[in-house]
Design a protein around this ligand. Structure first.
Ligand code: UD1
Ligand code: CA
Length: 463
């Protein structure tokens, strides 16, 4: 049986990124760029994927989540040298092999399928994916003979003045017949400006040995963008982000200003949800139907039910159930579980706490390491004093309780169900069911103190 392989080159350092991190693991829409390439390959039904790593491979390999075979390129002596490292894996095999670069994250499975189809239908020894560029600077140029057949590829830095005029460029993606690939690799040399083994030289070698070489011209040039520096990284981020948002829009999600939003690839959003401007949705965030999200919100790894409203807020690793309202200016930190029909209002911070259904926490409140029951009201300025300077302790507030404004609940403490706590109280002991707790000093009035002390600040009152 004929086998089909894909080799993804990811061993280079990417010096133009000026980064301490290898280029291929810089993220685009929340995903290391090499993973985008691997996923496009997987989606075009090629399962034998070999990833060549080298520079910082101990950091690069763990970033690759898909099932792939890894091969090391100890010294990075060029793209041809990278593919040579794979020889032991494909030697003796019959069939075809894709070669793609780990720094072209915008490639789609449709294009890969087209490359494979043209290659196999035309029974070619090699097919190069090319594109027409008005400004081809930096790319390898496609040399065609008088019959318009592909005759070779010349790197920009090795090209003469005439070749530099050529606008058809090499995208760095190819499909090879395995036997021709193996034969051409054995003939590669590093006699060029960079003293590298260029994979691109396989074109002329295969032609010279009688193999048929052709090109598939890419219609959507965005897809071939190679990321070499931070400017290209930001362009690719923009294009990928737009693709993700358009996918959500086709599924029935409204974006009022898509260009101002950043949506990572794993985020799911159900239909009739409206996303307002400047909203960032990250990680494994899941949003239900009919929600209103944003403006100006950053939502990370948060599971949100249906009919939820979030305005000007930040949520991390939390859960918000149906019909609840969060914000403006709320902060849900990891482990916050907000029930149904809850109100989390302005300047409220919740951390590692459960908030029961129908509870209202409307303003200026901190809730940490607490269990707040159902239908509770926490007044303005309630503070759960969860940290004694050494350890975090737990507070429990039972169902239907009412906690007045500016109350401190000093943990560990429990307010039982149906209790009332008077405003300004500092609660350090359990409040039993159905009772009122007041924990503050009584008010004292000293009549005419202001006049007698000569402390009057306005006009003297007439007697
Ligand atoms: C390459 C092509 C060029 C093409 C361009 C498209 C060659 C010689 N040139 O140039 O014709 O127009 O891509 O983007 O192939 N890599 C390794 N090991 C190495 C060197 C590189 O794994 O020793 C990997 C890199 O990590 C990267 C990919 O190969 O993912 C491409 O390498 P890069 O140095 O970016 O090649 P370009 O100069 O862009
Ligand atoms: Ca490149």
């Amino acid at each position: 049986m004929e086998s089909f392989y894909a080799i993804v080159l990811a061993a280079g350092a990417g010096t133009r990124m000026k980064s301490n991190k290898a280029k291929v693991i810089h993220e685009i829409c929340g995903k290391p760029m090499v993973n985008w390439v691997i996923q496009a390959v997987k989606a075009s039904d090629v399962d034998n994927i070999i990833v060549v790593t080298g520079h910082q491979e101990e950091q690069v390999r763990p970033c690759i989540v898909e099932e792939v075979e890894f091969v090391s390129q100890r010294e990075q002596l060029g793209t041809g040298h990278a593919v040579m490292q794979v020889i032991p894996y494909i030697e003796g095999e019959k069939g075809n092999c894709l070669v793609l670069c780990g720094d072209t994250p915008l490639i789609t499975s449709e294009t890969i399928k087209q490359l494979i189809q043209e290659h196999t239908e035309n029974k070619r020894a090699m097919t190069v994916l090319t594109a027409i560029f008005e400004e081809p600077k930096g790319y390898g140029r496609i040399i065609r003979d008088y019959n318009q057949n592909v005759a070779g590829i010349v790197e920009h830095r090795d090209a003469n003045a005439e070749q530099l005029q050529i606008k058809e460029i090499n995208t760095g993606m190819y499909c090879f017949d395995i036997e021709y690939l193996l034969d051409s690799l054995s003939k590669l040399s590093n006699q060029n400006d960079q003293k590298e083994y260029y994979l691109t030289d396989t074109v002329s070698i295969i032609r010279d040995s009688g193999g048929k070489v052709g090109a598939t011209i890419l219609s959507n040039v965005d897809e071939m963008m190679g990321i070499n520096d931070r400017i290209q990284l930001s362009c690719a981020q923009k294009i990928m982000n737009r693709r993700i948002i358009e996918r959500h829009m086709s599924n029935g999600v409204t974006f009022l200003d898509p260009d101002s939003c950043i949506i990572e690839d794993n985020v799911t959003i159900e239909n009739d949800t409206i996303v307002y401007p400047s909203t960032i949705l990250e990680g494994n965030t899941k949003i239900g139907q009919n929600c209103t999200i944003g403006p100006n919100s950053k939502i990370t790894d948060t599971v949100i039910g249906n009919n939820v409203t979030i305005i000007n807020s930040v949520t991390i690793d939390s859960k918000i159930d149906d019909k609840s309202k969060v914000g403006p200016f709320a902060y849900l930190r990891p482990g916050s579980q907000v029930g149904k029909n809850v109100k989390i209002g302005d300047f409220v911070e919740i951390k590692n706490s459960v908030v029961g259904d129908d509870t209202k926490i409307s303003h200026l409140t901190y809730v940490g390491d607490a269990e707040i029951g159902e239908n509770v009201n926490l007044g303005c300025g309630v503070v759960v004093v969860n940290y004694d300077g050494q350890k975090k302790q737990k507070t429990i507030v039972g169902d239907n309780s009412f906690i007045g404004c500016n109350v401190n609940l000093v943990s560990p403490v429990e307010v039982k169900a149906n209790a009332f706590v008077a405003a300004g109280s500092t609660i350090t002991e359990e409040v039993p069911e159905n009772s009122l707790a007041i924990a503050r000093s009584r008010q004292t009035i000293i009549k005419d103190w202001v006049i007698n002390k000569g402390r009057l600040r306005g006009k003297k009152p007439e007697v």
